[in-house]
Design a protein around this ligand. Structure first.
Ligand SMILES: NC(=O)c1ccc[n+]([C@@H]2O[C@H](COP(=O)([O-])OP(=O)(O)OC[C@H]3O[C@@H](n4cnc5c(N)ncnc54)[C@H](O)[C@@H]3O)[C@@H](O)[C@H]2O)c1
Length: 347
């Protein structure tokens, strides 16, 4: 007999989780349960998901770093078939100051969810990894066979370890298969700015910095370094629309469900495949938003790599994943979200 898949999304109230829940609700008939402790989000997200898709997931508040709460969750929701595990702390600079909290939260939640999930019959597991596992790499673009340099932060190390846990678990003969998705720089928001990234601290990332400057939350933004060996002297990153990232999760999940010969563990880069400089990103934002940004050039920031971008051909070949949205759409939707947060209309 064929049952409807029942998918647990951990961290489903967060930025990428909420877009993935929305993608699942709008493109599948799967039963969706989001579990979050709202350490970096709020349950209001579920109403926004409903606005965006016409559907609301089931949801539950729990701390996944607590094994007892995870065991109780699986007892109360029998029949979960797959897990998409987003729940983690994600700030690189914060992880440098609070390494123990990062290792505890990110490792314990993964170990708890993986162990209890497998014990309760879960067959598919998708893990949020990151391009930060590649460290300061100089061979570009990076693909999944590129030997990573050393991880630069406790945060990045939690992803290195997470991948290792999944590959060791796969080798132990479990019936659970897993995929690690290494996101490059997810940006942008659901069309119309209905869902987006809720910044609870001063942002360290370029796109939230841009939109917050344009809306007036930040007086003047800084471009960190214009003396890098790149075409305009500023750093190069691989920005990828969060809706493209969300769709990759649906594809990866379906791939594991429908491909008996899929390996027990696999890993995929998710990037656009092309690099954009900081100044190019600013220029694109100004063009699509009709806003003029004030910025100054500041010294380089410690820990920033000069350039990184992805070779994502493996995801295309095996998952049939192709990023569909342009840098203009990333900037435009991010701006719509910022305006919606401020109660203003975007252009
Ligand atoms: N946003 C990025 O740039 C990026 C890049 C690469 C990888 N990732 C990874 O993708 C995942 C999702 O990132 P995001 O940007 O959506 O972050 P987010 O902070 O918006 O979402 C994470 C969610 O997990 C929840 N959470 C954290 N610890 C929890 C716990 N112990 N129990 C229950 N819930 C918990 C938070 O409340 C939050 O809602 C994370 O694993 C992150 O490390 C993010």
């Amino acid at each position: 007999m064929h049952h409807t898949p029942f998918i647990l999304v951990t961290g489903g109230a967060g930025y990428i989780g909420s877009h993935t829940v929305a993608a699942l609700l709008s493109t599948t008939n799967y039963r969706i349960l989001s579990v979050d402790n709202y350490s970096n989000s709020t349950p209001d997200t579920y109403s926004r998901i409903e606005q965006a898709t016409g559907k609301k997931p089931e949801y539950l508040q729990a701390d996944l770093a607590d094994a007892a709460q995870v065991e109780e969750l699986f007892r109360n929701y029998p029949g979960i078939t797959g897990i998409i595990h987003f729940a983690a702390y994600k700030s690189v600079p914060e992880s440098v100051h609070k390494p123990v909290e990062y290792y505890r939260n990110n490792m314990n939640s993964l170990l708890n969810v993986l162990e209890a999930g497998a014990a309760h019959g879960v067959k598919q597991f998708i893990f949020s990894s990151s391009c930060s596992i590649y460290g300061n790499i100089s061979t570009l673009p990076v693909n999944e066979n590129t030997t990573p340099a050393t991880a630069e932060s406790p945060y990045a190390y939690t992803k290195v370890l997470g991948e290792r846990v999944l590959s060791d678990f796969a080798a132990s003969g479990t019936a659970l298969k897993s995929v690690a998705l290494r996101y490059f720089n997810p940006v942008g928001a659901w069309p119309g700015g209905l869902l987006g990234e809720l910044p609870n601290q001063r942002p360290n990332n370029l796109v939230p910095m841009i939109t917050q400057t344009a809306i007036g939350k930040i007086a003047e933004m800084k471009v960190f370094g214009n003396d890098y060996p790149t075409r305009d002297g500023t750093c190069i990153r691989d920005y990828i629309h969060v809706c493209d990232i969300a769709e990759a999760h649906v594809l990866a999940l379906n791939h594991l469900m429908n491909t008996p010969q899929a390996p027990a563990y696999d890993v995929f880069n998710l990037g656009s495949g092309s690099g954009v400089t900081v100044l190019e990103a600013i220029e694109t934002f100004e063009k699509v938003s009709h806003q003029k940004l004030t910025y100054t050039i500041a010294p380089r920031r410690a820990g920033d790599v000069t350039a990184i971008y992805s070779d994502s051909r493996k995801a295309l070949e095996i998952l049939q994943w192709k990023p569909l949205r342009s840098i203009e759409e990333m900037m435009h939707s991010a701006w719509q979200w910022e305006c919606r947060l401020a109660g203003k209309m975007a252009v």
